[in-house]
Design a protein around this ligand. Sequence first.
Ligand SMILES: C[S@@+](CC[C@H](N)C(=O)[O-])C[C@H]1O[C@@H](n2cnc3c(N)ncnc32)[C@H](O)[C@@H]1O
Length: 500
Amino acid sequence: MDNKIICGDCLDAVKRIRFPVDFIYMDPPFTGNETYTDIWEKNDEELSYHDHWEAGVLGYCDWLKKRVEVLYEVLKETGVMCVHCDWHANAYIRVNVLDEIFPKRNFINEIIVRRKIYSKGSQFDPRSLPNLYDTILVYSKSKDYLFNKDAVLIKRTQEELEDLYPLIDEKGRHHIKGILRNKSMCERQKLVYEYKGFTPDKWGWAVKKDKLIEIDNRGDLIFDKNGTPKRKKRIWEDRGVSIGNIWDDVNKFKSGEKLGYPTQKPEVLLERLIKIFTNEHETVLDPFVGSGTTCVASARLKRNFIGIDLYKKSIEVTNDRLSSLTTDSNNPYFEFEVIVPKTIEELKSAHWLYVQDWVNERLGAYSGKKGRDGGQDGSTSHEITNVFDIARKEVVDVPKGSLIQVKHYVDSPLGIPILKEFETSIRDHKKNVGILVGWRFSTPEALSFSIKREKDGIKIYLVTIEWLHGQPILSGPRQEVISIKQTRIKQTMTTTEEIE
Ligand SMILES: C[S@@+](CC[C@H](N)C(=O)[O-])C[C@H]1O[C@@H](n2cnc3c(N)ncnc32)[C@H](O)[C@@H]1O
């Protein structure tokens, strides 16, 4: 089984994918309310959060383009990519990202997905019309892409069918329609053939000869009084009507589906896209998988999946969501492998955000806010947390509420300037104890700095990631970022003690 959930920036994680994929759906972060809180760059947390906003939507497009370029490389020649966005950036993404990367004219559709209407919120500005839809931009890698239009036909009601097929003969309801291609269509020499003495002009018959014979054998080929061939189309031949590109029926969650993950999309939306653009056993990739909606929809439809997210919580939610479904389905497509950085070497090349979450998990700590955090990446949650302080060369007792800062600088040791900054953060947060976690600390001066601050009532403990790596995970506090509302997830989460 090739199913995978990978923790990491999709820019890097996609390089682990060794085979081309058939379909990519992506719902990249774009909060729209003047923050880009979900967009992170490697090793430069505070700057990137701010910089992207400074650079506005074009900075965002640069960030996305780098990722779409590598994703394009893993897409099969027959593959399709869907990008889910909204009015904030859809025009920019289409022109500055997708049109730049995909060969000319490989734009297939712009799908309008009607949003759920809330009586207030960012959708509503008193001086403009409410924004009631999201956009899905659809591009193919080549003209030879898979498109299962029949998979999404809507059946007509009995009343509509009776209106459309008003004639009745001994075989039942039908209507009479042409069986020749018309002049508005291009010429089709292959469809120009003689049948029962009739040869159409250069536009040809509407069907191949074997199909025409089949229709005739059924008694449904007729010639009108001018000798023009027509066919009886039977009510049972009606396959339904195409859904078009305005989708107003895919914004609802099934009962128990909503997990409380911000920006979670309904499974029904993903199921529809996957049915249109893939066949069973093919592979679907979601590089911004969030709560794992794409993985669940793929597995249900017997497609393989690869989900990527750099947020550790997302991987946990996706893992738990899929695991809880595995137990009540015998579908082997729910089997999957979770790939998260585990060894020291993997941690070294992991995204800073992952390392930050990993440290908090090891310490059983509260997570700080993502992005500009004022120097606080976490805070201790246990009455006493024991850590090995390399400055004092002993295990120390850290009281509850102490500040945690993580510096994921693999190559440069942490020196006095960083310790001074951390001291300021501790004071700003009106605390007097902090743990600075890093890979290496510089000189003996840096080590003794922390001890010297003690006389001013500030305790700075220096802890290495390597030491933490050898320690068991401490039980963690209530998760603040996501409130998991679903019972089945409650039962399967193991890394948290209390969940809303
Ligand atoms: C809009 S949410 C996706 C929601 C998802 N469609 C669902 O149904 O739950 C965007 C996700 O992208 C993730 N993300 C942000 N930057 C990323 C990156 N560089 N690589 C991978 N994932 C990233 C965020 O952690 C977030 O989970």
